[in-house]
Design a protein around this ligand. Structure first.
Ligand SMILES: [Zn+2]
Length: 339
């Protein structure tokens, strides 16, 4: 038995220590003797806590008291059984550490390993789309399908991965190479349909793509790179919350000319994605997908984040199910109603 990964024992006073620093899991152990404080300060996530009573005797700490301190750590859910660090290497190992602390059962390694069985498709590989794909591969998603035959532009070069030497090459080909650079074991081909599809589109969401995915029951995340900002969301889980058609119907309610405007949109009019906006949106998009894969709270149904210069601070909006869409079993007035 050991402390969970990432936890540190800190001295607060001569008779009190604190384990951990994040308020979500940190605890104080008060009313200790100085010898008990010294004993606890020897503990880190590599320490086998079953040996602590023996070490206590050598430091003049009562063995029963040492066992009580270990029990207090167990009660505070700060311990886990097994090796000090799960055998996950690379960037996903950081996720293992964090999720080991966040999960009640401490099984961060299990959560991250399950990602290896998942398939995500990212359609549209500008800087934001590439950033999402790379983020998912780095987080341990086993299969990341990428699709975008358009060439890398000089304006795509940046932190998400494209380099000047990539300009002119097909985005999909470069992205496949970059995914393998960060995650050598990632697969870019799948035998089965994707668990989630990420649609990264320019200007407006294609009105035909969303309904096809809804009909197939496939969760999908919409990312739309617009002229002045980028919108991340909604994450559409068919039958739960609004779909992309709902958003179009709501926009049409607000502006009857919206369908006419949307149909005239020409993606080529866009110059590119501001680098900091793409970076923020790639993080938001990847985390929304991971939460869905991990079955943990993430982007709420109908939530979108709009990210724009100058501050690139995400602004949240929430969209409702449109009563005329028919994408959920119940009309909007009854969604969330008792029974
Ligand atoms: Zn709908």
């Amino acid at each position: 038995m050991r402390l969970r990964a990432g936890l540190q024992v800190l001295r607060r006073t001569s008779t009190e220590v604190q384990v951990g620093t994040d308020p979500r899991w940190a605890v104080r152990l008060p009313d200790l003797t100085p010898a008990e404080v010294d004993l606890l300060l020897t503990v880190d996530p590599r320490t086998d806590l079953t040996d602590l009573p023996r070490a206590a005797a050598a430091r003049g700490v009562d063995v029963d008291r040492a066992q009580a301190l270990v029990a207090a750590l167990v009660d505070a859910r700060l311990t886990q059984d097994g090796p000090p660090r799960a055998a996950v290497r690379g960037p996903a190992a950081v996720d293992v550490d964090v999720w080991s602390l966040l999960r009640a059962d401490g099984d961060g390694a299990g959560l991250v390993r399950a990602r290896a069985e998942r398939v995500v498709a990212v359609l549209g590989l500008g800087p934001t789309g590439l950033g999402i794909a790379v983020g998912l591969a780095a987080a341990g998603v086993g299969t990341v399908l990428v699709d975008d035959e358009r060439p890398v532009r000089s304006t795509d070069v940046g932190v998400s991965g494209y380099r000047w030497a990539d300009a002119g090459s097909a985005r999909q080909r470069v992205a496949t190479r970059l995914l393998r650079d960060v995650a050598p074991d990632v697969s870019t081909a799948a035998e089965r349909p994707a668990d989630i599809v990420v649609l990264v589109e320019d200007g407006v969401a294609d009105p035909l793509r969303g309904p096809v995915l809804v009909a197939g029951g496939t969760p999908h995340l919409s990312v739309v790179v617009r002229q002045a900002d980028t919108v991340v969301g909604p994450l559409v889980v068919p039958g739960v919350g609004p779909c992309l058609r709902c958003l179009d119907l709501l926009r049409t309610d607000a502006d009857p000319s919206w369908p006419t405007i949307a149909a005239q949109h020409r993606p080529v009019a866009l110059g590119g994605e501001p680098g900091v906006v793409a970076t923020v949106c790639a993080g938001l998009g990847a985390s929304a997908v991971l939460a869905q894969l991990d079955r943990v709270p993430g982007l709420a149904p109908g939530a979108t984040f709009e990210v724009a210069l100058p501050d690139a601070v995400p602004r949240r909006r929430t969209w409702a199910v449109h009563p005329e869409c028919g994408c959920t079993a119940l009309p909007a007035s009854l969604v969330g109603a008792p029974g």
